[in-house]
Design a protein around this ligand. Structure first.
Ligand SMILES: Nc1ncnc2c1ncn2[C@@H]1O[C@H](COP(=O)(O)OP(=O)(O)OP(=O)(O)O)[C@@H](O)[C@H]1O
Length: 300
């Protein structure tokens, strides 16, 4: 049985259909997708997606290449409209809560020739218009300087924040970018593969940092990841994405042969190595689409 819950937001009313009994959780959830679908370049990337994340949760978004993990973050940001279903982000339709969201898009590392200092990159999160320029004097400027210093300390980057970001390691750069995304005290942090290109040790350290931010600041984090192993011990929940839907739960609930075989409708085996790592065997490739990913049209 379902009930229709009215989620009230600033200047908005939005209807969400939720199962009876779960309506209160859905109304207070930070991100809710209900039977959601997205079209990119005229193709349905995913459909039937039902997810819900609570305040202060650290959630990884997993799934094969091209399944639409980055697309899910963009839909939560309101950068891509849903083609079906509903979404509520921080109590509002996607796109209306951006001031309360920190977003770290997918990226490669900075070129070694980039001379901008780490602390200038963090400061950009406070005011994107003043890239690399000194903050104005006065009370506002001093408060901003204090906030930048606080953020740098929070991510453990005090020792190298004055150096040009291009000369820092991948892990150091990621810490500074996470600090930038946290600058405006977001309630929701969307991170697109921040651990990509980090070694196992650094990936684990950055994941632990993100978990601490969730715990201490009550920030909800949705993070796209390719390998769940370095972050397993830090995560609260995972969302496994497929073209026909998603399944969410604790890693132990979701990353099993039975659950993933049902989700992808093909035999999948989850093996545990002697050192405790999970290996997913038989995960299908997402349908290949040959498009220019930069023009957004989907035309070859
Ligand atoms: N601008 C675009 N125009 C057309 N198709 C696109 C565009 N951007 C992405 N796509 C397609 O949408 C699908 C989902 O892409 P997305 O980047 O969300 O997947 P992903 O799961 O994050 O992939 P990966 O793990 O490789 O980063 C892919 O098939 C991709 O080719």
């Amino acid at each position: 049985m379902t009930v229709r819950t009215r989620v009230l937001a600033i200047g908005d009313a939005f209807d969400v259909v939720v199962p009876a009994g779960a309506d209160r959780a859905a109304a207070t959830a930070v991100v809710v997708f209900r039977d959601a679908a997205v079209l990119v370049g005229g193709r349905v990337v995913w459909s039937g997606v039902d997810i819900e994340t609570a305040a202060g949760e650290f959630v990884a978004i997993l799934g094969p290449n091209g399944v639409g993990k980055s697309t899910l973050l963009k839909a939560a940001l309101g950068l891509l409209p849903l083609s079906a279903g509903r979404a509520v982000v921080l109590g509002r339709p996607p796109g209306q809560a951006r001031a309360e969201i920190g977003y770290l898009p997918q990226r490669r590392s900075f070129d070694p020739s980039v001379r901008i200092r780490g602390l200038d990159v963090v400061r950009l999160g406070l005011d994107g218009h003043r890239w690399g320029l000194p903050l104005p004097g006065g009370r506002r400027g001093r408060a901003a300087e204090r906030r930048v210093a606080e953020l740098i300390e929070m991510v453990g980057a005090t020792g190298y924040a004055h150096q040009p970001i291009g000369r820092l390691s991948g892990g150091e750069q990621q810490r500074l970018l996470i600090a930038q995304a946290l600058a405006r005290r977001p309630r929701l942090l969307l991170l697109d593969e921040p651990l990509d290109s980090l070694d196992l040790h650094n990936a684990g350290a950055v994941a632990a940092l993100i978990r601490d931010i969730c715990r201490t600041a009550g920030v909800t984090v949705l993070m796209v990841a390719h390998d769940v192993n370095p972050i397993l011990s830090s995560l609260d929940r995972v969302i496994y994405l497929a073209s026909g839907g998603a399944v969410a739960g604790t890693p132990a609930e979701v990353i099993t042969s039975g659950t993933l075989s049902r989700l992808y409708q093909t035999p999948i085996e989850v093996l545990t190595t002697s050192d405790g790592r999970l290996v997913v065997v038989g995960q299908p490739e997402a349908p290949a689409v040959h498009v220019d990913r930069h023009d957004g049209t989907g035309r070859p």
